[in-house]
Design a binder for this molecule. Sequence first.
Ligand code: NAD
Ligand code: USQ
Length: 402
Amino acid sequence: MDENIIVLGGDGFCGWPTSLGLSKAGYDITIVDNLSRRKIDIDLECESLTPITPISTRIKAWKSLTGKEIQFIHLDVSSQYHKLYTLIRELKPMSIVHFAEQRAAPYSMKSPFHKRYTVDNNINATHNTLCAITESEEDVHLVHLGTMGVYGYGTAGMPIPEGYLKVKVECKQDFKDIEILYPANPGSIYHMTKTQDALMFYYYNKNDGTRITDLHQGIVWGTNTPETMLDEALINRFDYDGDYGTVLNRFLMQAAIGHPLTVHGTGGQTRAFIHIRDTVNCIKLAIENPPARGERVRILNQATETHTLRNLAVMISEMTGAQIRYYANPRKEDSENTLSVCNENFLNMGLNPITLNEGLLTEVIDIAGKYKNRCDTSKILCTSKWRRDIVLDTEGSLEPAG
Ligand code: NAD
Ligand code: USQ
């Protein structure tokens, strides 16, 4: 196979294992990344719990273990438009996978600087990519990583459909059936940028016929894939801090180091989850099942199960003996919600979902245990607040917080 794929943001938590998985499958991979995530670590004075190696070391290790080449281009997708356009003209990729955004909701809410950076970076990165694909006149399928959070997490009691909602509108005393984009309901500045991305996809698809798949992904958990486990030089990043760490990996890591599990509010928030190995599987499936020319934006829900945070904490506590502590929520979000997500498209393409199981949970706890001496415990609690008048709770309590 000699088919080029460009992975924007291919040095990140989802992008690195995806690049390896696609390289292993025989695609020619070019990673584009400005290494901003590594620079944010320096600003936040916090590092991945796992000792990730520099991108050139990662790529050399992959080549020496498998004989496969991955190209790396240092480029800021949000500002270096011409370099991106030239790369697309040169490589004529069959697909571009777009992970290159600032993806942490708490980071996006820290200050006006962080809000503005997230908006500038994410919206310009997506628009530059769409504009460069169109101007290149190459037939590129864009696969973008969106989020379940574009829907908000509440429903009218039905499973969240895949992007489009059938509605009846009143029209001259009659009712008409139409299909609309599911109404956007972002819960942070970061999530808001993803809802704006969706509108740009709608426009470029309508105006220029750009073929686009937008993957509304749930919270990713786990660390390694079969490829990243081949050698320590290939290890994936593991964020545990209050800004970038996501909830399930944080709980697993907290259990491994003997820190109480940090549940926000009542823990009644229900969220959708997916294991990192299924992220890689889904992206490969999306690339191999592109929308036809002229098809509207394909929107797929990339999530395999839903859980309340309280139930996750109880499950991990029962497995490990960890204490659970409830903290007043630094976010503005519903304290309780039900959530059910339709993911038929991926199941029909052959996804065999990996769901929460003790083996995989233990694997993450073992990784966290192995590297626990790298943990800075002062970085664990979330310090980013959704509004200035929210008072940070640094103590927590054994009872759910209101
Ligand atoms: P990450 O921060 O680990 O990776 C993002 C990568 O993109 C980083 O390597 C960063 O340096 C790069 N990048 C950012 N802006 C760039 C720019 N302007 N130019 C070039 N490179 C740039 O994040 P991740 O967890 O791998 O998430 C990847 C994507 O998946 C994001 O768009 C995120 O919104 C989405 N997503 C992630 C999760 C999750 O739980 N991690 C869940 C749902 C959706
Ligand atoms: N939470 C806790 N305790 C913690 C950390 C978080 O109770 O220690 C709670 C939060 O208040 C929130 C939930 O857990 O209710 C999820 O928080 P999170 O940080 O795990 O996830 P979120 O901010 O939603 O963002 C993550 C990724 C983002 C992705 C999103 C998918 O960082 O890139 O888009 O998950 S989704 O949530 O489905 O929209």
